[in-house]
Ligand binder design. Structure first.
Ligand code: PMP
Length: 381
């Protein structure tokens, strides 16, 4: 029998049965009127739920392709771009932008801390930028950016496109595209939507769509808004094959989100993340992200002295729970846990009890049940 492992990495996240069911459906032709109707409903509902009066583009691809799509449609060779980075994924924009021939300035935070709206304002007031990129939650540090406050700063700079990477955030952390003045936001299916990897969603506001128009023909093909706009308006048309079963899976994910309520979903993520931080701090792990900028969707925990990362994570795996290693300077010194999407209290308890046993097996001083008890206290159960 295949080993059943609880996936607690920061994406992909566990996929609930009703979403799996959509992935397993019999294929339909992309011109089948039943599929066309389903795709159109997904496109329109994504715009409504995340308050984007421009256009939502749910297409095949991953978060990295969405990053390219954001840059491709809003900038041209020689433009200035400001990359605001709180970690590894913020930095990914540097390479993407430099390959496109953009002039990149970087505002980088020490890992665990966050660039402030004031620092962004100071940078923008000194130079014209075609676009600014901000990572809502950086998956290397579990630092959350104040995207609403940054949006207020960006409102003073109408020529600058505000790009938000919501890959490790959207549908777990609060985001309101029009309300926050975001011009382009994007995510991937495999994170807080709780769907298998393979679909990206880009939300483009009116300003971003206008910027795209002003650029004329762009060098990129697959990610061009202008290529996809006719299909988003009428999915009976063809540009590139839609990820049919992922469309159905995303539709199911969205109906789960709507049933829970976006606010209730954010509250659940916030409460759960505070409880898991408290629980693991009680057994000697340290939260990398500083108070005030700790994400609700994932956490990075720094080991106490003497714990071997590889041994800890392989013991976790033997206990049937996958957690992720850390990146950059924290590789080997910390591990990462995803707690976003359709995760349950039962999943959390399973993961926490495995952490206790794995730490003990690695020589840590842990009284079994401590973290689980602290978690349950915090959750009010
Ligand atoms: N941005 C962030 C914040 C991410 O967490 C990730 C993936 N971990 C990406 C971008 C890249 O997404 P993908 O791996 O789906 O290409």
């Amino acid at each position: 029998m295949e080993k059943n492992v609880l996936v607690m990495i920061p994406g992909p996240t566990p996929v609930v049965k009703s979403i799996q069911g959509q992935m397993g459906r019999d294929i339909q032709a992309f011109g089948d009127p039943r599929f066309v109707k389903d795709y159109k409903e997904l496109i329109d509902e994504l715009g409504i739920v995340f308050n984007c009066s421009g256009q939502a583009f749910p297409i095949a691809g991953t978060g990295t392709l969405a990053m390219e799509m954001a840059i491709a449609n809003t900038t041209k060779r020689g433009d200035n771009v400001l990359v605001v980075s709180n970690g590894f994924f913020g930095d990914r924009f540097i390479d993407i932008c430099e390959r496109k021939g953009l002039n990149v300035d970087v505002l980088g935070a020490e890992w665990g801390t966050c660039i402030t709206p004031e620092e962004i304002d100071a940078k923008l007031s000194g130079k014209n930028y075609a676009a600014v990129t901000v990572t809502h939650v950086d998956t290397s540090t579990a630092v959350v950016s104040p995207i609403a406050e940054i949006g207020q700063v960006l409102a003073k700079y109408p020529d600058t496109i505000y790009i938000v990477d919501g890959v490790a955030a959207t549908a777990g952390e609060f985001a309101d595209v029009d309300g926050m003045g975001i011009d382009v936001m994007f995510t991937g299916s495999q994170k807080a939507f709780g769907v298998c990897p393979g679909m990206l969603i880009v939300w483009a506001g009116q300003k971003a769509l206008e910027r795209r128009k002003s650029l004329g023909t762009i060098p990129e093909f697959y990610v061009d808004f202008e290529k996809w706009l006719p299909i988003m308006n009428d999915p009976a048309k063809y540009f590139a094959t839609p990820a049919i079963n992922l469309v159905w899976a995303m539709k199911e994910a969205l109906s789960i989100i709507k049933e829970e309520g976006l606010q209730a979903r954010h509250d659940r993520h916030r409460k759960n993340s505070a409880a898991v931080r408290k629980a693991l701090e009680t057994i000697g792990l340290n939260v990398l992200a500083k108070p005030g900028c700790q994400a609700s969707t994932l956490s990075v925990f720094v080991y106490p002295a003497g714990i071997d990362d590889a041994k800890f994570r392989s013991t976790m795996f033997a206990e049937n729970v996958s957690v992720a290693g850390s990146l950059g300077a924290y590789a080997g010194k910390a591990f990462r846990i995803g707690h976003m999407g359709n995760i349950t209290t039962g999943d959390m308890v399973t993961m926490l009890s495995a952490v206790e046993r794995a730490l003990k097996a690695c020589g840590g001083q842990v009284k079994l049940g401590t973290a689980v008890g602290a978690y349950m206290e915090e959750m009010g159960n």
